[in-house]
Design a protein around this ligand. Sequence first.
Ligand code: FDA
Length: 389
Amino acid sequence: MHYDTVIIGAGAAGMMCAAHCGGRVLVVDHAKAPGEKIRISGGGRCNFTNMYAGPENFLSNNPHFAKSALARYTQWDFVALVDRFDIPWHEKTLGQLFCDTSAKDIVAMLRKLMEDAGVDLRLRASVRNIEKLDNHFSFTLEASDKEVKIISDNLIVATGGKSIPKMGATGFAYDVAHQFGIPVTDTSAALVPFTFAENRFAEISGVATPARVTANGTTFEEALLFTHRGLSGPAVLQASSYWHTGDPITVNLIPAADLLGKLRDQRQTAGRKNFTTELSRHLPARLVDHLSTQMDLSGNLADWSDARLTDLTDTLAAWELHPNGTEGYRTAEVTLGGIDTDALSSKTMEAKNVPGLYFIGEAVDVTGWLGGYNFQWAWSSGMAAARAI
Ligand code: FDA
């Protein structure tokens, strides 16, 4: 069978590209349904883009690479598409746009666009023995015990990264890259919770508090969540993308309040009260209990000198912690690193040395922050390839 374009991976990037590239198109996926990560994303509501998405919200060995695709298909272009399908949405926080009803609306929209474009979708299917012939690709498509030989002018790899293997994530894109001599940068789990030795925070698991979390000089201010195994919550997930094994992280537990000033004021009016009781007006009580097992918080507020209060607030503003690792690909939202952007055209996503071969979406070494940025990269890179074909 001959196709103009074959896309491997019916995820966000693959479906977006398939719906817009024109010609005779086949999409292959080994999963039983397309867009499974879209379906479960954003707690089932899909944070499908971010109002403020720009190149500065992405990590890559080449920070300039994402600029062209993001500028040529923006968050507002995707919002216009969502509006065209009358899908209701809202801004939750920090420019993050979510479906009002269900992430399934986005999957249905992409399926409908593919259907209208006459795209063939083959699920529970996999691809073997890819070969590059003169000016097209040949490979074996394996589906329901049948093997079919396929010829395609363009081959688009949209199989994502390694996060959540239980959902069918594989390193397939990196294997294809290796086969064609295309370099792949180091990959690691990102947007992922930290773990700590001896389940250090197990006793306060479930406690959430606003925090400023810094890893390697990059700081995020959002919620922090103590978990049985360590730390999670948006501020922590964001920082994890900047963390390397062995690095410390710094947590500021009092990001907004002038805690020192407030405790001094309270000392005037509530000096006879227990210090931990007064501190619990600013931090979750269970966290204060936990801190009191790590540091001396004894006495009444009146017993606390300015110097002692300053020491404590300084400590709470720069709590240095040493994660022993992360939860890894099992729970990571994305994979950091991937197909080396030096090997791809930033305008089209085509491999510079292999005409007709494209890599799009999370497989590429472009990783977004938490907050709708990764889907925006999937839409923008998918459109970049679609327009080039
Ligand atoms: P994606 O992973 O979507 O698709 C790849 C497809 O390829 C899959 O369908 C897979 O089955 C298929 N495949 C893999 N290997 C194959 C093989 N060997 N043969 C055939 N098919 C193969 N981002 C965001 O912006 N907002 C959000 O709300 C969220 N929420 C979120 C929640 C959770 C739990 C996770 C894990 C991730 C998110 N993300 C997110 C990240 C986002 O889901 C991710 O970046 C995009 O789905 C990437 O799109 P891709 O199309 O590149 O890969």
